[in-house]
Design a binder for this molecule. Sequence first.
Ligand SMILES: [Zn+2]
Length: 240
Amino acid sequence: MTDRIYSTDAYAAQMRATVVGVDQDDGRILLDRTVFYPGGGGQPCDEGELWIGEDRLIVTRVAQDSAGVWHWVEGGLPSEGTELEGKVDWDRRYMLMRTHTAMHALCGVIWERFQSPVTGGNMNPGEGRLDFELPQWDPDDKGPIEAELNRQLACNRDVEVSFLPREEADLDPSLIRTKVNLLPPTLKEVRVIDIVGLDRQADGGTHVSATNEVGQIRIKKVESKGKGFRRIRVELTTPS
Ligand SMILES: [Zn+2]
């Protein structure tokens, strides 16, 4: 298994690591530790570089399975036991952390106003969308919701990461509404992201540590997805 540095320290942009597995057919390597996020929960995987001495390998894709975190590389596969240095594309990753945190703020604000759970979502650096079951949405809601979102972000709320035993997570009301019950039953520990006082979710992604790092955001569009479902698209308006 890979030590997932991003899971406890989202701000770590570099690591030293050792190659512990090589998949020649797929052009990918398994590392003993990594700062590269493998994607999931709507957040795309990281990109970046691995360095072996003066030799640079480009990381084109990252994904995880039961063996650990795999890194697809361009530029020839190193052999097992090779020590290397890794660097994520930090500008892109930090933008994703800000975007991801904005998505949580949107969840929190929609929940407070409508008690509607999120049903899906996706993001790219600087913009994202979330789907809600929201039959009571009125076009006039857009302005006030956007203002409330920006007010909440400007409050500079802490974003905390913690790990809860599964039995405890299964009983937490805010986690139940974000479908902690859909997590695989074999999962013994649940990672929780808490924007203190606004939103709490079981989540594997990377986030900023306080909401003012997100800056201001804009609701780009609210689309009807049929039968009371709405898709809300937001974008960051504060540059990095
Ligand atoms: Zn998240």
